[in-house]
Design a protein around this ligand. Structure first.
Ligand code: SF4
Length: 359
C-alpha cells in the first residue's frame, strides 16, 4: 500500500508540472474561489470558464454581487443549468454582505452554515482560500482514491460516503492543503479519467491497486441506479402584435426564477384539442391560428427527460380581452419581443425565441 505522505507529495509534484492555468488558481480571494467552485459543479472547465469571467467582470466583489438584481444574476447564469446554484449564490452573497460585514467565514465549520454551501464547497473554500487542512471530495476524488487504494465501498451509499471522507481526511497534508486538494481534483480530471486513465505514464503505476489488478474500469463502485422521470410540457406561446405573453416561474421546481410561457403539463404529448385546460379551450373557441406543425423538443436534464411541445398562437384583441383574467391569475404578463431578450430564461426557451422571433 502506498504511504499516505508519498501520495500527497507525488500528487502535488505532478500538479505543479501539469496543471492547467486557470484564473481562479491565481487568487486566494474566497469570493472568487467560491464563485469558481459553484460554477464548476456539474460543469466542465471549458464551459464554466467564460461564465466565471463574465461574473467576475460584472461583479468583481461579493458586495457587487449582493447588490445585483436576482433576475440579472439568473440572466448571466443562463445556459449553465442548475439555476438553484445561481439563486443560492446570490442569496449567500447578501447574507455575507448584510449579516457578516462582507467578510467570508474563514473556517470549514462556519462556512457550512451558509445557504448553498455544502461539504464540498466549504472544503474547497476553507482549504484553498484559508489553507485549512480539510478535504474536498468530488467525483474526481472518489475515482482517484478508489483506484489508487482499491477502496470498493459504494460511493452512492451513506457508508461509502463516510469511508471515502475519512480516507480523504487522512490524506490532506497540514502544509499546503490548497495545493493538495487542487492537485487531486486536477489529477482526476486530466489523468485518472473515467474512461481513459493514462495508466502507462502514471506516477502511481507501481502502487495503484486498480491498475495492478486490472480494475480501473470497475472502480469506483456506484450501485445506485438513477430513476429517470419523464415530463411532458406544452407551451402555449401567445403572440399579439409585437407582444409575447410570459411568466416568471415561482414554484419550487426546475427553472425557478426564470421566464417561460403559459404551461400545460400532461402525462403525454398531445395536440391542443386534447389538452384539458381552460386557456386551450378558449383558443379553440376563438378559432385562433395555432402553428399546425408544432415543434417537438426532447431535452435530457439530470434524472429527467423533458419533452417540450411549443404551440404558437396568433391572438386577437378580443381573445386577449377575454383571456386577461386567466392569464393574470397564472402570473402571465405581456412583454414586447424586444423586452423578452433581457429576461432570464431556460436555454430551451431562449433557443426557441431565437429561432422563431429574434432572427
Ligand atoms: S495507474 Fe491508472 S487507475 Fe491508477 S491512478 Fe494512475 S491513471 Fe488512475
Amino acid at each position: 500500500m502506498l504511504e499516505k505522505t508519498l501520495f500527497a507529495s507525488w500528487l502535488v509534484t505532478w500538479y505543479q508540472a501539469y496543471k492547467r492555468n486557470l484564473p481562479w488558481r491565481e487568487t486566494n480571494d474566497p469570493y472568487k474561489i467560491w464563485l469558481s467552485e459553484v460554477i464548476l459543479q456539474q460543469t466542465r472547465v471549458a464551459q464554466g470558464l467564460p461564465y466565471y469571467q463574465r461574473f467576475v467582470a460584472r461583479y468583481p466583489s461579493i458586495q457587487a454581487l449582493a447588490c445585483a438584481d436576482e433576475e440579472e444574476v439568473l440572466r448571466l447564469w443562463q445556459g449553465l443549468g442548475y439555476y438553484s446554484r445561481a439563486r443560492n449564490l446570490h442569496a449567500c452573497a447578501r447574507v455575507v454582505v448584510n449579516e457578516l460585514g462582507g467578510k467570508f467565514p474563514s473556517t470549514y465549520k462556519d462556512l457550512l452554515h451558509l445557504k448553498g454551501i455544502g461539504q464540498y464547497t466549504a472544503g474547497a473554500i476553507a482549504s484553498i482560500a484559508f489553507k485549512e487542512s480539510v478535504p474536498v471530495v468530488d467525483g474526481n476524488v472518489y475515482r482517484v482514491l478508489s483506484r489508487v487504494f482499491g477502496e470498493e465501498e459504494d460511493i452512492a451509499s451513506t457508508r461509502g460516503i463516510k469511508v471515502f471522507y475519512a480516507l480523504a481526511r487522512s490524506l490532506v497534508p497540514i502544509k499546503d492543503p490548497d495545493l493538495y486538494n487542487q492537485a487531486i481534483m486536477e489529477f482526476g480530471a486530466m489523468h485518472c479519467t473515467p474512461n481513459n486513465p493514462k495508466c502507462e505514464s502514471c506516477i502511481f503505476k507501481a502502487h495503484c491497486v486498480a491498475f495492478r489488478t486490472g480494475r480501473q474500469y470497475a472502480l469506483p463502485v456506484k450501485s445506485k441506479k438513477i430513476k429517470i422521470k419523464q415530463r411532458f410540457f406544452h407551451y402555449l406561446v401567445i403572440q399579439h402584435a409585437d407582444k409575447l405573453y410570459m411568466k416568471c416561474r415561482k414554484d419550487r421546481d426546475i427553472w425557478q426564477g426564470l421566464y417561460d410561457f403559459y404551461l400545460i403539463e400532461n402525462r403525454r404529448l398531445s395536440g391542443l384539442d386534447r389538452l384539458d385546460d381552460t386557456l386551450a379551450a378558449l383558443i379553440q373557441h376563438h378559432k385562433l391560428p395555432v402553428s399546425n406543425k408544432p415543434t417537438l423538443h426532447k431535452y435530457l436534464l439530470t434524472h429527467r427527460q423533458l419533452y417540450v411541445h411549443f404551440l404558437r398562437v396568433q391572438a386577437t384583441a378580443s381573445f386577449i380581452r377575454e383571456a386577461t383574467p386567466l392569464l393574470s391569475q397564472t402570473g402571465i404578463r405581456s412583454f414586447t419581443i424586444a423586452q423578452t431578450r433581457a429576461l432570464p430564461k431556460p436555454i430551451l426557451i431562449d433557443n426557441f425565441l431565437k429561432e422563431e422571433f429574434y432572427s
